[in-house]
Write a protein that binds this ligand. Structure first.
Ligand SMILES: NC(=O)c1ccc[n+]([C@@H]2O[C@H](COP(=O)([O-])OP(=O)(O)OC[C@H]3O[C@@H](n4cnc5c(N)ncnc54)[C@H](O)[C@@H]3O)[C@@H](O)[C@H]2O)c1
Length: 342
């Protein structure tokens, strides 16, 4: 018998999930990993084992598969769940909204039903700053108006809302909703990192692939925003800081049982061109880019007020943009084709 707390992590082999598994294992939690590997490689969790030298139980399962969830919940005494599993490509969500609602919303409902039946009621949910839409002002506080501009964002907001209803119906749930800003970087070991399939949707993996010669040039969408250099400003948060935010959230849920919704960001915004320059410094190469038209739906500036996470969870981001770029470059240059061999 062990007194370790056991955390079920859905979407564990994905970008943020794998980094969170490392932090959980290094902090003395036992991890039950669940993923259907629709957007990740099995190698990621093997690397997590390599980094931590700790065992991890892996289930190849889908959050929409109630029988599989019931089986896992019968086999393990789970103390809390971190729910990362979901689809996250905004463009794809516009083209295939039902797929997004089925996976992200219906999948979350099935998971919550299974957890309710098993009486596992500590739950951490991956939400996103996308629920703020085009913010009225920055820095963005948790109480800001919520509005979404695409089905992906709507799926996140719908799950936030259904979690609020669930909590209202049954106060024995303890739920932490974490609104991530822009995760970037990779584990300092260079063993795990973001491994996008196809054309990267996010800036840093795209920049990294240009630096590595896998793509010719970066397209910067919009050079005429009302920002200091005209390019969009975002709050980039190192994925290891983000992962640690989940541990702080779990600790708060275990210690107080109180539910919360908090931003996980740094509170500082960087423009696209500032990120490009930081990446050039990290990799010692020039990143070729073109400034092209704005992308519909994109906003000028988005960064968090991170005070609530600091006050409630005692957590704050510690790593800056240079470390993010250096770690991302280490991952990219050591794994030019991601987790899969060339
Ligand atoms: N990366 C970001 O920019 C960002 C920002 C805000 C919020 N989020 C949210 O954080 C979570 C994790 O994001 P990520 O960047 O690690 O994405 P990711 O795609 O790398 O990880 C998600 C994981 O979930 C798995 N998955 C998807 N649907 C599943 C299902 N039905 N059953 C089981 N597994 C399933 C995928 O295979 C993948 O391993 C997602 O919910 C995402 O929406 C991400």
């Amino acid at each position: 018998m062990t007194d370790k707390k056991t955390i079920l992590v859905t979407g564990a082999s994905g970008y943020i999930g794998s980094h969170t598994c490392v932090e959980l294992l290094n902090s003395g939690y036992a991890v039950i990993a669940l993923d259907n590997f629709c957007n990740s490689s099995r190698e990621a969790l093997r690397r997590v084992k390599r980094i931590t030298d700790m065992p991890i139980t892996v289930y190849d399962a889908d959050i929409r598969d109630r029988a599989a969830l019931d089986q896992i919940l019968r086999e393990h005494r789970i103390d809390a769940v971190i729910h990362f599993a979901g689809l996250k490509a905004v463009g794809e969500s516009v083209a295939k909204p039902l797929m997004y609602f089925e996976n992200n919303v219906a999948g979350s409902v099935t998971l919550l039903q299974a957890l309710a039946q098993a009486n596992v009621k500590r739950f951490v949910f991956s939400s996103s700053a996308t629920v703020y839409g085009d913010p009225e002002s920055v820095p963005i506080e948790e109480g800001a108006r919520l509005s979404v501009t695409n089905p992906y964002g709507r799926s996140k907001l719908m799950v936030e809302q259904l979690l609020a209803d669930l909590l209202h119906s049954d106060a024995s749930w303890s739920i932490g909703v974490l609104r991530y800003f822009n995760p970037a970087g990779a584990h300092p070991s260079g063993l795990i990192g973001e491994d996008p399939r196809g054309i990267p949707n996010n800036l840093t993996p795209f920049v990294a692939q240009v630096a590595a010669g896998r793509r010719e040039r970066l397209s910067v969408f919009g050079g005429d925003y009302p920002t200091p250099d005209g390019t969009g400003v975002r709050d980039y948060i190192h994925v290891v800081d983000l992962a640690r935010g989940h541990l702080a959230a779990l600790t708060a849920l275990f210690d107080t049982g109180k539910s919360f919704t908090v931003n996980l960001g740094t509170g500082k915004g960087y423009s696209v061109l500032e990120v490009v320059r930081a990446f050039e410094k990290a990799c010692g190469r020039t990143i070729a880019y073109d400034i092209v038209a704005r992308r519909p739906g994109d906003i000028a500036t988005c960064y968090a007020n991170p005070a609530m996470a600091r006050n409630l969870l005692g957590w704050q981001a510690e790593k800056g943009i240079d470390e993010m770029c250096a770690d991302h470059w280490r991952w990219q240059s050591r794994n030019p084709h991601g987790f899969e061999p060339a």
